[in-house]
Write a protein that binds this ligand. Structure first.
Ligand code: OGA
Ligand code: MN
Length: 237
């Protein structure tokens, strides 16, 4: 079954982009070109690296990762609410041309009180005030072997901003410029973090979630387990 929420405009052939050089920086004006010891240990900007300092700097205002956006307890509450419904579905692996491989998904409009509070906090944080939001929240459950191929969410159904919570597993999201395939950034998404893609990052770059075998951030392995994302979007203006 195809959910209305499947906003994917295009599932591109996987581009073989091997990160050759990595850059990381602590603030926009401090392009150190060095890597931090522990991407999780510093919440300033240790979650962003890319093909060049220029591309990292130019995308910085359009991407954000809030580490520890939810607590362990909130993750458990979300899982308790989502797991029964997800477990009834089977992971889909067989559509080779789909943008997403090894997934099951659902949409949710109504939440229990504790989850509702998290969703409200997420929306207040990620979206401009007065933004028209898409009602249903998209819940995407990726199997350990699952991954999301490069795509751009449909501009017809979804507005400037995509905000997603990552549950259960750390992962790497790669953004690749739609035309200049050598221009890319990687976002390190620890479990319980919130990522936000805005404007250029959402319109001009494809995004993807790396499969386990290719899940590296700045040369460091980021093992991929089963991962659930809880994604909120706004409506086009
Ligand atoms: C999508 C998507 C990212 C994620 O469903 O279109 O890109 O974090 N999901 O699961
Ligand atoms: Mn997407």
């Amino acid at each position: 079954m195809r959910l209305l929420i499947r906003f994917v405009k295009q599932a591109q052939r996987r581009t073989q982009i091997r990160p050759i050089r990595h850059y990381n920086f602590s603030t926009v004006s401090d392009l150190s070109g060095t890597l931090r010891d522990d991407p999780k240990g510093d919440t300033s900007c240790a979650w962003l690296c890319g093909s060049s300092p220029h591309i990292v700097e130019s995308l910085r205002e359009f991407v954000d990762v809030q580490v520890d956006f939810i607590s362990e307890e909130e993750q458990q509450v979300l899982m308790r609410e989502l797991e029964p419904g997800l477990k009834k579905k089977r992971y889909e692996f067989d559509h080779w041309d789909d943008a997403i491989h090894g997934f099951r998904e659902t949409e949710r409009v109504q939440w229990g009180a504790a989850c509702e509070a998290v969703i409200r906090r997420l929306r207040a944080h990620a979206f401009p005030q007065g933004s028209q939001l898409l009602g249903p929240v998209h819940v995407l459950d990726l199997d350990k072997a699952g991954f999301i191929k490069p795509h751009i969410d449909s501009v017809k159904f979804c507005g400037t901003t995509i905000a997603g919570l990552s549950l259960l597993s750390d992962s790497v999201m790669r953004l690749v410029h739609e035309e200049e395939k050598t221009e890319w950034v990687d976002l390190f998404l620890p479990q319980r973090s919130l990522y936000i893609l805005r404007k250029e990052a959402r319109y001009k770059y494809t995004h993807e979630i790396m499969k386990d075998a290719e899940s590296f951030f700045a040369g460091r392995r980021v093992p991929r387990q089963r991962r659930i994302s809880v994604i909120c979007r706004n409506l086009p203006e």
